[in-house]
Design a protein around this ligand. Structure first.
Ligand code: HEC
Length: 138
């Protein structure tokens, strides 16, 4: 009888473990692999020539990229307070980029660039804390 109970308990533990690893769990690696493409997309719009009629600044594209990145940041799971706090910083800068690009007004290009610099530093902050040896960029 005892042996059977152990077997059942073991099955439950294995089932919980499988559920934990497959259902709705996104690792930093999974999320970051997506984030980098959008990050580069925003960065490519460097705004060197904001008024260039042949190569206009892509406010729409930048706004969309920031919106998707914000959603992705919301999917991170946190095991400690620092991880959550740095994610909040990243999300704050992304919200600023989204708002600035949404306005598409004079000065918006500079505002996006300003927030992008902070975004770079905040992405980097997490990498410095959690994966120093990987020398990630950002
Ligand atoms: C809350 C922590 C955290 C934040 C915020 C964060 N990252 Fe990461 N990132 C990680 C960790 C941890 C890894 C290492 C994952 C691994 O390989 O185990 C990583 C890995 C990466 C990688 C390498 C992925 C690969 O191919 O293996 C890239 C690129 C990356 N991050 C980009 C970004 C960008 C861009 C941002 C900001 C928008 C960002 N990350 C924000 C924690 C974070």
């Amino acid at each position: 009888m005892k042996g059977k109970n152990f077997f059942v308990a073991g099955l439950i533990v294995v089932a919980m473990f499988m559920a934990g690893t497959t259902v709705g769990y996104a690792s930093d690696k999974d999320i970051c692999e997506k984030q980098i493409d959008y990050y580069i997309k925003i960065k490519m719009n460097d705004g060197l020539l904001p008024g260039d009629e042949f190569n206009p600044y892509d406010f729409k594209g930048v706004g969309e990229a920031a919106t998707i990145m914000l959603e992705n940041e919301g999917k991170r799971t946190h095991n400690d307070k620092n991880h959550a706090a740095i994610t909040r910083l990243v999300s704050g800068h992304l919200a600023d980029i989204k708002a600035a690009a949404g306005k598409a007004a004079e000065g918006s290009v500079e505002s996006v660039g300003h927030s992008l610099r902070f975004l770079y530093l905040s992405c980097k902050a997490c990498h410095k804390v959690y994966s120093t040896e990987m020398r990630l960029r950002p």
